[in-house]
Design a protein around this ligand. Structure first.
Ligand code: ZN
Length: 82
């Protein structure tokens, strides 16, 4: 089976609550003037395991669409609404 997560960065981090490495889910935490702040949460218990800051998230140059993103797939935006 090939991973179907697309641009989701599948990785595992150690979760102190689960006391083992768990897959993480990435949530958009903040939109900054020069990038975005993402939070990694344990996919099992939703404990925050860390954050990642991306640069230039708002300044994507035209002509470079996201790779291999099927247009028919809707991704629910969570994190800002909760
Ligand atoms: Zn956990």
């Amino acid at each position: 089976m090939v991973s179907q997560f697309g641009d989701f960065q599948a990785s595992e981090l150690y979760c102190p609550r689960c006391r083992r490495a768990q897959p993480v889910r990435e949530h958009l935490l903040l939109v900054l003037p020069d990038g975005e702040l993402h939070e990694y949460r344990c996919a099992r218990c939703a404990t925050s395991l860390g954050t990642r800051r991306t640069k230039g998230g708002l300044a994507r140059p035209p002509g470079q669409p996201a790779p291999n993103r099927p247009s028919a797939t809707r991704r629910p935006v969570r994190g800002l609404l909760g």
